[in-house]
Design a protein around this ligand. Structure first.
Ligand SMILES: [Zn+2]
Length: 434
């Protein structure tokens, strides 16, 4: 791990347009981040990879996209109105609000030494108003998790798709939590994106399915390139389980700031369906044809953070190498996650025939491969820029290309170069990228 790895990744993200501070020109909105041109590509690639593995490559999972705003009764039934809060104290001098659990001295402000108020519960849900009038009845929450959108649609999926147990729902979307102590760049933010599966199973099969999901999700991170040394499974102690969970295992990544959760895989039992059945008055049980039994399924929930996964893949892929006395920074991202697959670079930008040939090649490749064209610097500089954002292949068009109709293809990690005929380049790249 390079020294100051976290600072280096944050600096790279800003310098090369991956991630910016939100509202930067106004001094920034703390703890809120915007994804730039390369960042959004990596984030989309990660979400696509997750969707492909969990929806397209399986027969038992249905994708969906629930609204962020939901009926206020959802959050009463789920326990969020009742249980989803932090105890906090306010400093009477500097007015800072602090999480009681983080305080060594419950009476004294760690920032200024001022006196603290008694600790009080603060709900973590963001509240807003629906409709034109701000009154008590119009209060509504921004969802603190995507999960509830899937629980309340359980019966809609049963009625429209008629799946047999076990089956699951998958969703990727934004969630909001008014955390007191967010931080570590994009790791913990108040607005964030989740990728969640709610997998409905027969209660007697829940323990085995939980183990299957822990393995499947752990292997997914390895398959897309995280190093095994940096990944671990951590079963929760009984006293850290959420109020609805019977068992939970976190998949943790060894971030520069310590081992931290990427994803939690929990056995939520029949808590959620029972709660919603009771609160809504609707029958949310499953009828098993074979045994004529009617029961509430248990739910196994693999719940991952999109933003923190992107961060883990960035940190893990960051390498510094000495190449002929020059420092090369390279993002060795998995090919499916790399934001750009190919960059076409003319060796001489003042030679119109070379520029024309390079632009034509780039235009042709763009139809099937994510390709960019760049002629804004000397070749050494252009290579370095592409390495920094993880571009897999650089293609150089040079003077000789005009004669022999061949171009140089350079691979990112090995930096090995090959001359390939112009009319074979596309097939060559498609084979390499598939
Ligand atoms: Zn203070």
């Amino acid at each position: 791990m390079p020294e100051n790895l976290m600072e280096k990744v944050v600096s790279l993200c800003k310098r090369r347009g991956l991630i910016f501070q939100s509202s930067d020109i106004y001094g920034g909105l703390s703890n809120t981040w915007d994804y730039g041109p390369y960042g959004i590509e990596i984030k989309n690639n990660l979400k696509r990879a997750w969707w492909k593995t969990n929806v397209y490559e399986r027969n038992d999972i249905y994708g969906m996209d629930a609204a962020i705003l939901m009926h206020p009764k959802v959050w009463e039934a789920s326990g969020h109105v009742q249980n989803f809060f932090d105890l906090k104290s306010d400093c009477k001098s500097c007015k800072k609000r602090l999480k009681t659990a983080d305080l060594k001295d419950k009476a004294k402000c760690p920032e200024c030494g001022g006196q603290l108020t008694e600790s009080r519960p603060f709900n973590l849900m963001f509240k807003t108003h629906q409709g034109p009038v701000e009154e008590a009845g119009s209060e509504i929450y921004m969802r603190p998790e995507t999960a509830q959108g899937m629980f309340v649609n359980f019966i809609n999926i049963l009625d429209s798709r008629h799946p047999k147990l076990p089956f699951g729902l998958a969703q990727i979307g934004k969630a909001f939590r008014n955390e007191v102590t967010p931080g570590n760049f994009t790791f913990r933010t108040r607005e964030f994106e989740q990728m969640e599966i709610e997998y409905f199973v027969k209660p007697s099969e829940a323990d085995a399915k939980l183990e299957e999901w822990i393995e499947a999700r752990y292997n997914w991170y390895l398959d897309f390139g995280l190093r095994k040394d940096n990944l671990r499974k951590r079963p929760h102690e009984k006293d850290e389980l959420a109020h609805y969970a019977k068992a939970c295992t976190d998949i943790e990544y060894n971030f520069p700031f310590g081992w931290s959760e990427l994803e939690g895989i929990a056995n939520r039992t029949d808590f959620d369906l029972k709660q919603h059945a009771q609160a809504s008055g609707k029958d949310l049980q499953y009828f098993e044809d074979a045994t004529k039994e009617k029961y509430y399924p248990y739910i196994i929930e693999p719940s991952g953070g999109v933003d923190r996964s992107v961060l883990a893949f960035l940190v893990d892929a960051y390498f510094e190498e000495m190449v002929k006395d020059d420092l090369r920074v390279v993002l060795k991202l998995h090919k499916d996650l790399a934001p750009t697959k190919v960059a076409v670079l003319p060796l001489l930008r003042n030679r119109p025939e070379i520029v024309e040939m390079a632009k034509k090649l780039a235009g042709d490749l763009k139809k099937s491969i994510i390709t960019i064209y760049d002629d804004t610097g000397a070749i050494g500089k252009l290579y370095r820029r592409q390495d920094e954002v993880g571009t897999l292949y650089c293609i150089t068009v040079d003077v000789q290309s005009l004669e022999d109709k061949q171009v140089t293809v350079r691979e990112r990690d090995s930096m090995l170069q090959e001359r390939i005929a112009l009319d074979k380049v596309k097939d060559y790249l498609i084979t390499k990228l598939s």
